[in-house]
Design a protein around this ligand. Structure first.
Ligand code: BGC
Length: 794
């Protein structure tokens, strides 16, 4: 069931309501409840909207345009660098003073300008680990605390609504924006999204879960038409959003650019109104993505579908014309205006709360470093190559140690005050070869390439890997005799507006990178010394072709401004790695089930893909590899530790599924640290369900939990609750979510490789209908046959 809690802190709400003149006599000792629920704000919004003219309501529906606050109505305390505004209303004669709201990106932290014209102060925000890295923590408490700190920076700087978290599914490793998203799995995505939303919104500011839904590639993202079966969309691409709505009721949802089955998502009433608001009972505001869909001609269709706010806007006149022509009713505009104002009234701007402009950036940097280090995934560690002793003499190779990426590009960027590179992080912890670091610094200065920032973000640099030249060869030879261990840092940048390539230098290593691994490995191994690779990447790259050549691989992803320190924390063992993969590392790109369909088919010959078939249906990521027994390089959920863990006494301790849709299952297992150092362990529950009417993946993630830091020998009992709703599969023929009857196996396992895990079992005696759904929602276009769309079947 949806929750209706208001996440604002009681005291700040009290202040805000008092300032807004809504509440008099607000007092912490009052016995009356201090926290109002959404119904309260909706009532206030309805009363206010009844006083507004049609023109004023249209001002609320249409943002003021892109780029600056110039055209925005009633902006108080502007924030430079926000991505958009919700117009306010100012009619002083009648005492109406609704300030504009400020909306800012994004998923890895607050993106606003660090500097303002004529102002010597700076407004930096913390660059947090990217979404994929945060998800790799499998730690909802940690992620919630990151969200709380992001929200604090919003409050400090006067931003009302964050345009994050990004919750699309990592269908294919080449999606340029995968770094903003959490996982290939909807449960992990939904739980992480809810954690960020609940954390951010605990500050009395809002979030926007995005991009709802199907924006799983960037190539021709404004026009691409995702073609798939309703079950595919429901179970994989919508479910994370559904979980986040259910567990965090965010202030806003942003619809995506793409079409689904022939119609822009933002024009789909079945999606925006029937599924989101109806079935899921979302009661916040729905906004468009920036310039999305056919907004230039048919903005009214987005409103008719149930979307409230059009960004960045400038469509007031167009909407007025639609009303004049009878395409749009004032009643529909009023409905949208109420949805918008309900959220506006919760905001700091509405209450004109003063801004502090002094977030505790030092404390947040510490948290960013902790979150980064605790989320990184140790993929390989032969003969305990890691951790390194504090005295280890480190030879650090690779241009990425200097050109370290804190995050991806585009609207998911953050204007942070600083970045600790991997070279700096290593140098602050180990004796490093200064000659090598100087070599890479010089190489970078002479070879870096600047790329203009796009989508409002700053520019950035890339730099090709240094060739294994005679000069570098002599440095390698010297280092192999003088230093004790080699650390090679490899990086990949990507971002909004383009997808990655499956070729060399992107998904595959470039020739110079391969040559570097070969040269360093042979020189160091000849001396009996170890080679460690650090991957500072936006997502999946090939490891199959080279992993056997090195001793250890640390998948650092992009850990934000503290990347270098977090890498050093893990390499040194200050932090025992406990991250686990939120995405499968396939054996090759060709083995990805969507590799044949991504990024779509060009049907009109203009060189851009138009139709993107979701050919693998529900078999995305590990659902595919496990069901069809395909080898992977590293399975979903996998990650090594410097210690080891035992999984004892797995059990189903409660099964109330007999009571139907409200029932649930509780499982427990005792995790014991069986190794020699302290550490945390993320345990996962994969369920194998019977097939009655519906075929299913062999296993699906249904719950997970992480232990606290366990000392050697210490144990913790973890408990996992699986409500019937999360056990259910989508039965398109019956328009319903069902739990099928029969015998189930549940694997409480360290990863999605459950081959060594003995399952616990439970039984469902008869079919449970968890919920009924809208008939025909998201149906394939007429004439398109399911069998030709979904080609991966059991
Ligand atoms: C992106 C959104 C972002 C918006 C505002 C769009 O290009 O797709 O994710 O929130 O711009 O910057």
């Amino acid at each position: 069931m949806p929750i209706t809690t208001t996440k604002m802190k009681a005291v700040s709400l009290c202040v805000s309501l008092a300032l807004a003149g809504i509440l008099v006599g607000c007092n912490q000792n009052d016995s009356a409840p201090l926290v109002k629920d959404d119904a309260y704000y909706r009532g206030q919004a309805e009363a206010m909207v009844a006083r507004l003219t049609l023109g004023e309501k249209l001002d609320l529906l249409s943002g003021p345009g892109y780029g600056s606050a110039d055209g925005a109505i009633n902006v108080k305390q502007d924030v430079a660098g926000v991505a958009g505004y919700i117009n306010g209303v100012l009619r002083s004669a009648d005492g109406i003073d609704i300030p504009a709201l400020k909306l800012a990106d994004g998923p890895a932290g607050l993106r606003i300008n660090a500097n303002r014209d004529g102002d010597s102060a700076s407004y930096h925000a913390t660059a947090w680990p990217i979404g994929t890295l945060l998800a790799s923590s499998w730690d909802v408490n940690l992620v919630r605390s990151v969200g709380a700190a992001m929200g604090d920076e919003m409050r400090q700087y006067g931003v009302d609504i964050l345009l994050a978290p990004g919750m699309n599914i990592q269908r294919n490793p080449l999606n340029g924006r995968n770094f903003e998203y959490y996982s290939e799995d909807p449960l992990l995505t939904g739980k992480m999204g809810a954690a960020i939303v609940n954390g951010v919104e605990s500050n009395g500011v809002g979030t926007t879960i995005k991009h709802f839904f199907g924006n799983n590639s960037e190539t021709n993202r404004n026009q691409i038409n995702d073609i798939g079966e309703p079950r595919t969309f429901r179970e994989i691409y919508l479910r994370g959003f559904q979980i986040a709505v259910d567990e965090s009721q965010p202030w806003a949802v942003m619809t995506s650019y793409n079409k689904v089955n022939g119609t822009y998502v933002n024009e789909r009433k079945d999606t925006v109104t029937e599924v989101l608001r109806g079935e899921w009972q979302f009661d916040g505001l729905v906004m468009s993505d920036w310039f999305a869909g056919d907004v230039a001609n048919n903005a009214y269709k987005q409103v008719l579908a149930g979307q409230d706010l059009i960004e960045p806007g400038n469509v007031k006149e167009q909407l007025q014309q639609s009303i004049d022509k009878g395409d749009l009713s004032e009643a529909k505009v009023t409905e949208a205006a109420i949805n918008i104002l309900t959220q506006v009234m919760k905001s700091p701007s509405y209450s004109q709360l003063p801004v502090g402009n002094s977030p505790d950036l030092a404390a947040h940097a510490t948290l960013a470093r902790q979150a980064g280090a605790e989320s990184m995934v140790l993929l390989r560690n032969e003969a305990s190559a890691l951790p390194l002793a504090a005295t280890s003499k480190v030879a650090s190779f690779g241009i990425n140690q200097t050109n370290t990426y804190k995050g991806g590009t585009g609207s998911g960027d953050v204007n942070a005050a600083s970045l600790t590179t991997i070279a700096q992080g290593l140098a602050s912890r180990f004796p490093v070869s200064e000659a090598l670091q100087a070599y890479y610094r010089d190489f970078y200065e002479n070879n870096k390439v600047y790329h203009e920032g796009q989508f409002g973000a700053k520019g950035y640099y890339t730099c090709a890997e240094a060739a294994v030249s005679p000069a570098l060869t002599s440095l390698i030879t010297a280092a192999a005799s003088e230093q004790e261990v080699a650390v090679i840092s490899l990086g990949r940048q990507a971002g909004e507006g383009a997808d990655r390539s499956s070729g060399k230098g992107d998904y595959l290593l470039g020739d110079d990178e391969s040559a570097l691994i070969d040269a360093v490995s042979s020189a160091f191994h000849a001396q009996g010394k170890k080679v460690v690779v650090v991957l500072n990447v936006n997502g999946v790259i090939d490891t199959a072709q080279w992993s056997h050549k090195v001793d250890a691989i640390l998948l650092a992803y992009m850990a934000g401004q503290e990347t270098g320190h977090a890498v050093a924390d893990v390499l040194s063992g200050t932090v025992n790695p406990s991250g686990k993969l939120a995405q499968s590392f396939p054996a090759s790109y060709a083995s990805v089930p969507s590799s044949g369909s991504f990024p779509g088919e060009d049907t009109d010959g203009d060189g851009e893909p138009d139709d993107l078939y979701y050919n693998e249906g529900i078999y995305v990521g590990y659902r595919y590899y496990s069901t069809f027994e395909q080898a992977v390089s590293y399975p979903f959920g996998f990650g090594l530790s410097y210690t080891s863990f035992g999984y004892g006494s797995p059990a189903v301790t409660q099964n109330t599924l007999v009571s139907g849709a409200a029932g649930s299952l509780v499982l427990t297992a005792t995790i014991t640290n069986t190794g020699a150092v302290s550490g945390k362990e993320a345990a996962q529950v994969y369920v194998s369900a019977p097939e009655v009417k519906l075929k299913k993946p062999t296993i699906e993630l249904k719950a997970f939990a992480k232990t606290k830091q366990l000392a050697p020998g210490a144990s913790e009992q973890l408990s996992f609750t699986i409500p019937a709703s999360l056990l259910a599969s989508f039965d398109e023929a019956g328009n319903q979510w069902i739990v099928e009857p029969g015998n189930y196996s549940a694997y409480i396992s360290p990863s999605s490789d459950v081959s060594a895990t003995v399952p616990v079992t439970f039984t469902v005696s008869k079919e449970i209908v968890v919920s009924h759904t809208t008939a025909g929602a998201l149906a394939l276009p007429s004439g398109v046959d399911a069998a030709t769309v979904t080609t991966v079947t059991k």
